[in-house]
Design a protein around this ligand. Structure first.
Ligand code: URA
Length: 289
């Protein structure tokens, strides 16, 4: 599906989404001259509007403006499903959220036994962009594995390896620390296949003991404690909106030279996000999407 690069949407779609009619009925209203945009009658099918800025009237009645964009970050604990409801009755991410008037849904999934950053939003196009391979949204995982990664295993992960559902794109790998016979590594990928990290590590001979997502695109889990949630800052929300404006080309992953591997992979990075108080809505400074 083609993603809308701007805030504009087809008028008939906006009318239908408001709930007053089906899309076909909306088209009929437009043809019959019963729709105005900013005071002017519109009869051209496919006219694009910005539902948050344009004043749309159907049969002389204002269309209700769409709900504000909501973006939440949750630190999912292990032992929770990353959906809002679970037919098996297990704890869900929905149980961790304060009730908000606007319904949100999780963007992508984390396994039941994984923890870390889950984005929730009511913004369909941004959710799609975050998950669509074309947008190359990176996800970073801190992973505890059995044993130590060999240089050969790292090279395989960095070049991409073949899983039962096809080859993986190149990943970035960083050794973090050793813990007795086990170790922590950081893995960054931009795909989102089922159990992908576990399967990639299994393919190079390592069982995953713990998995935590620390970054998702421009978002950083930072020090949000496990089980807590917060609204994104304006800056974070706008960084997500920027995804729609600039779909990226496939990333060129440069392979570090073997000699410098350990130094590169152990380099520390700063991970402090700006946070807002929980429950605060984003004020949108940039053009709405
Ligand atoms: N990869 C996995 O294997 N599991 C997750 O939860 C996320 C990525």
């Amino acid at each position: 599906m083609l993603l809308q690069p701007s805030a504009e949407e087809r008028l008939q779609k906006v009318i239908a989404r408001s709930g007053i009619s089906s899309r076909r009925q909306a088209e009929l209203f437009i043809k019959q001259g019963r729709v105005t945009v900013n005071g002017k009658t519109v009869t051209v099918m496919g006219t694009c509007v910005d539902p948050k800025r344009d004043h749309i009237k159907v049969n002389s009645r204002h269309l209700k403006p769409p709900p504000p964009d909501v973006f939440l970050m949750v630190h999912k604990p292990a032992g929770y499903v990353s959906t809002m409801k679970d037919p098996e009755g297990r704890p869900t991410i929905g149980n961790l959220l304060d009730r908000t008037s606007v319904r949100t849904f999780p963007v992508g999934r984390l396994d039941y036994d994984s923890e870390g950053l889950v984005l929730l939003t009511n913004h369909g196009a941004i959710a799609q962009a975050c998950l669509h391979p074309r947008f190359h949204v990176e996800k970073t995982y801190l992973v505890k594995i059995k044993g130590q990664l060999s240089d050969d295993a790292i090279t395989q992960l960095e070049h991409g390896l073949t899983l039962d559902d096809g080859p993986t794109a190149p990943a970035r790998v960083r050794k973090v620390r050793k813990v007795a016979v086990n170790s922590w590594i950081e893995l960054t990928i931009h795909e989102g296949r089922n159990h992908q990290v576990k399967r990639m590590l299994q393919a190079v001979g390592h069982h995953v003991l713990k998995l935590k997502r620390t970054k998702f695109g421009p978002l950083n889990l930072g020090n949000l404690s496990v089980g807590n949630s917060r609204h994104l800052t304006d800056r974070e929300a706008n960084a997500l909106r920027d995804l729609l404006e600039a779909p990226r080309e496939p990333q060129k992953t440069t392979q570090p030279k073997k000699k410098a591997l350990w130094a590169k992979r152990t380099k520390k990075r700063s991970t402090r996000p700006h946070e807002t108080k929980s429950g605060q809505q984003n004020r949108i400074k940039k053009s709405h999407v």
